[in-house]
Design a protein around this ligand. Structure first.
Ligand code: IDP
Length: 151
């Protein structure tokens, strides 16, 4: 089993696509592990896209990511990183195959609806950035044995 970090970007949230996107991941067989609707600070957006820091579109990308709410998620499944990227489709929605999320819901690269980690290492880093250690497998956020003592 593998975990990957997925984030619906502000354009996806604005277009009301949280439901349809959750459905696609669930229909495919992924298991939802974490989900948080949030606004992100400039600093977190810059850290998230640190590999693009030198690119001409970096400023535009960070402004876009902080322009509204995002829906951050962790999904689990076999080969989750690569499988999620297939479901998401090509970076440029104009080139994304119909049937993929970007292929069906977007047309421009600057507003391409959704992010999915591009490697297991990126997934670990991004899960840590958005969810801290809670998102790591094998670290339960509470002790299930304690439930017995609840009233
Ligand atoms: P990915 O999201 O498919 O992994 P990356 O190449 O890592 O693609 O690019 C990160 C994000 O940067 C893209 O999802 C897109 O939102 C944005 N981006 C990439 N190229 C451009 C561009 O030419 N103009 C504006 N934004 C871009």
């Amino acid at each position: 089993m593998e975990r990957t970090f997925v984030m619906i970007k502000p354009d996806g949230v604005r277009k009301g696509l949280i439901g349809p996107i959750l459905t696609r991941f669930e229909q495919k067989g992924f298991k939802l592990q974490e989900m948080k609707l949030m606004r992100i600070e400039r600093d977190k957006a810059e850290q998230h896209y640190q590999e693009h820091r030198e690119k001409a579109f970096f400023g535009e990308l960070v402004s876009f990511l902080t322009s509204g709410q995002v829906c951050a998620m962790v999904w689990e499944g076999p080969n989750a990183v690569a499988a999620a990227r297939l479901l998401i489709g090509h970076t440029n929605p104009a080139n994304a195959a119909p049937g993929t999320i970007r292929g069906d819901f977007a047309l421009e690269v600057a507003e391409n609806i959704i992010h999915g980690s591009d490697s297991a290492e990126s997934a670990d880093r991004e899960m840590e950035l958005f969810f801290g250690t809670d998102a790591k497998p094998g670290i339960p956020s509470f002790d299930v044995d304690e439930l017995d003592s609840y009233p």
